[in-house]
Design a protein around this ligand. Structure first.
Ligand code: AMP
Length: 410
């Protein structure tokens, strides 16, 4: 019986694991520098956590969620995103008393999308969320954090910050009405996909990639015309600060993001080295969302990044080699050998044995793997309760024991 992986899932091993671990380690490093605390939430949640907040008409809710009834008929969903679970967890555990409350997490997300390069049905995200602050510095800080992380992980790749402001939530609902009207009056210039969204989700037409739609989108009413002066000034200040930090900015008035909860600043870090799935990180402000989920009326800002997409741009990372190899010359010397094995492991060395009782094979294995030292355990060594230590870079061999071997190993 041969069982294949489920479509859209993938296994991580070898070099991919090294990259994956590097991303997670760097995320933990940076979270410390910026003062964010880790928050790990369950992989599944009640479906209602996602349905309304993400938008009943959003692609994620309409087509992509893995939803099922538990045995007692509770409706459960494998989390398709991390912001709402983080807010739910912050509310459930009373973590919103000292503000701002800053959290991060990494973990698997699930969306039933059409699989392609950089797009999977189970994938890993990094999430950073800052709850409780309206200060523009929170927007600037969290974008700067994303930029710093990408610079560390993919220093040789070019990526650009696409940014837009959606203005206050009220503007956005007025804008949706204006857009629906405009698209309804110009139906013949829209693709079939976009026609379906006119009345339910007109904002999504703006980021349609279908060339049929592009001419009409260019002529469509612009959100910026509804945005208040104060909001526009704030947006200017954010952009100026980010440019001052040396971040490449591309202002994109059609950037709306796929989920309903966004307002004010929205942004995406994109790279043109990735093909069609070109967004590495996406996020924005979601004032009002914490209240929608049963918390106080608090603002929030955050982002999510795709670990697999970042990995596509990372250089391979050489695996750390074991630095000591054992050469046990006969099965009866094993018990003696295990003493030095245990001692070295306890002293933080990496030790390897290939289960072959043969000096030649051990030597060639050690040379091939560029191992630094060989410990030979033969008849004399066993009889005298010592070990032969061969330095493979200069060929020198000495007799050592547990008391003095550390003096010889660098
Ligand atoms: P989103 O919540 O859709 O803005 O996603 C945030 C980030 O997660 C994206 O910018 C991608 O890097 C990553 N991402 C989203 N969906 C997928 C997917 N199906 N497969 C792999 N990565 C994804």
């Amino acid at each position: 019986m041969k069982i294949n992986p489920v479509r859209g899932t993938h296994d991580l091993f070898g070099d991919e694991i090294n990259k994956f671990n590097k991303v997670v380690a760097e995320v933990k490093n940076i979270s410390q520098q910026f003062g964010f605390n880790e928050l790990i939430t369950p992989i599944f949640e009640s479906s209602e956590l996602f349905k309304k907040p993400l938008g009943e008409q959003s692609d994620v809710v309409l087509k992509e969620m893995y939803t099922f009834n538990d045995r007692n008929e509770d409706e459960i969903t494998l989390r398709p995103e991390y912001t709402t679970p983080m807010i739910r967890a912050a509310i459930s555990n009373g973590l919103l008393n000292n503000l701002p409350a800053k959290f991060f997490g990494t973990g698997q997300m699930f969306r039933r999308e059409r699989p392609q390069k950089g797009r999977y049905r189970q994938f890993n995200q990094i999430n950073f969320e800052n709850f409780g602050s309206d200060d523009l510095f929170a927007d600037i800080e969290i974008i700067c954090l994303a930029n710093t992380l990408l610079k560390k992980l993919i220093p040789n790749s070019k990526f650009t910050l696409h940014i837009n402001t959606l203005g206050a939530r009220e503007n956005l609902s007025d804008y949706k009405k204006i857009l629906s009207k405009f698209f309804n009056n110009n139906q013949k210039f829209l693709s079939k996909d976009s026609l379906d969204k006119i009345n339910t989700n007109p904002l999504r037409i703006l980021d349609s990639k279908n060339p049929e739609d592009s001419v009409l989108i260019k002529k469509s009413p612009k959100l910026i015309d509804l945005t208040s002066k104060t909001d526009l000034n704030n947006y200017e200040e954010i952009k100026k600060s980010l440019t001052g930090l040396g971040i490449n900015i591309f202002e994109d008035p059609n950037l709306v993001r796929g989920l309903d909860y966004y307002c004010h600043t929205v942004f995406e870090f994109k790279s043109n080295e990735l093909g069609s799935q070109d967004t590495l990180i996406g996020g924005g402000r979601y004032n009002g969302l914490i209240q929608t989920l049963g918390g106080k009326n608090l603002p929030g800002v955050g982002w999510a990044g795709g670990i697999e997409r970042i990995m596509l741009l990372m250089k391979s990372i050489p695996k750390k080699q074991e630095n000591i190899h054992l050469a046990i010359l006969d099965p009866t010397f094993k018990l003696h050998a295990i003493k030095i094995y245990d001692f070295l492991i306890k002293n933080n060395f990496s030790v390897y044995w290939n289960y072959k009782y043969n000096l030649k094979k051990s030597l060639s294995f050690a040379n091939e793997k560029r191992i630094n030292y060989l410990i030979i355990v033969g008849e004399n060594e066993k009889a005298n309760n010592n070990f032969s230590l061969k330095n493979l870079s200069n060929g020198k061999q000495v007799i050592v024991n547990i008391d003095n071997i550390l003096d010889y190993l660098k």
